[in-house]
Design a protein around this ligand. Structure first.
Ligand code: ADE
Length: 248
């Protein structure tokens, strides 16, 4: 099985960057092949018998969609795991908490002028569902390791939200728990191409007036929380590769 692991920023896929030597594959993947394609670098590696392709896309929905599509169509990945940070919308989520998306939506997609709901375009849907199999694996990993993993709606848009009013609007309109800038575009690509996907985020800020400061302060630590969990998931997947064959 070939697994795509992606984030948006280098810190999200390489949060151990300044600890010892620069080692781009989450420090866990030792030998790797670096391939340039479509303006990005993709790292091919092996981990516990699994083939891995790892990359960061750059920030935002367009770059993230391009990277996800490339990992699937060019590199032949069978499943995709997204790791990174998010702003909390649900007040129960605190900095460092882990949340996985049950559904994702685009909070900045707006053709309401034509009578459509926010986040909707004809022939699309407001919400895209993440893989229930991968969420189940994540829950098992969390239970075994005593890690609290929350689940909820993640809202995506090409905006860094640092404004309580806008945050509350997103919370109310989409019943969202967290916001970020890539997840829903990756979700749309994976669903269209029939590839199970999983979006994991550790909270870096509360999308309020302190968000930019908190983001800079906690980006690295929250990225470590998220990427370490992804590595634990890889171990579980390597022991249960047939799960995906069964549910296909
Ligand atoms: N990612 C992390 N924090 C965010 C925020 N406040 N807005 C958008 N994306 C984010």
């Amino acid at each position: 099985m070939k697994i795509a692991i992606m984030g948006a920023m280098i810190e999200e896929v390489d949060p151990f960057l300044d600890i010892g030597e620069h080692e781009p594959l989450l420090k866990y993947f030792k030998k790797h092949n670096d391939i340039e394609y479509g303006g990005n670098i993709y790292h091919e590696a092996k981990y516990k018998g699994l083939d891995i392709v790892l990359a960061y896309s750059k920030i935002g929905k367009v770059y993230a969609g391009l990277t996800a599509a490339t990992m699937i169509e060019h590199f032949g990945c069978d499943i995709l795991l997204f790791t990174g940070v998010a702003g909390a919308v649900n007040p129960k989520l605190k900095i460092g908490d882990l949340i996985t998306a049950t559904e994702l939506c685009q909070h900045d997609l707006d053709i309401t002028a034509f009578g459509h709901p926010h986040g909707y375009v004809p022939e699309g849907r407001v919400y895209t569902e993440a893989s229930r199999d991968l969420i189940r694996i994540a829950k098992k990993v969390a239970d075994e390791k005593g890690i609290e993993l929350k689940k909820g709606v993640i809202a995506t848009g090409d905006q860094f939200i640092a404004d309580s009013k806008r945050k509350e609007w997103i919370a109310k309109t989409f019943d969202a728990d967290a916001i970020e800038m890539e997840g829903a575009s990756v979700a749309v690509v994976c669903e269209a191409l029939d590839v199970p996907f999983f979006v994991l985020r550790a909270i870096s800020d509360a999308a309020d007036m302190d968000a930019a400061f908190d983001f800079d302060e906690f980006l690295k630590h929250s990225s470590q929380v998220s990427s370490s969990f992804i590595v634990a998931m890889l171990e579980k997947i390597s022991q249960n590769e047939d799960i995906f064959e069964e549910s296909k």
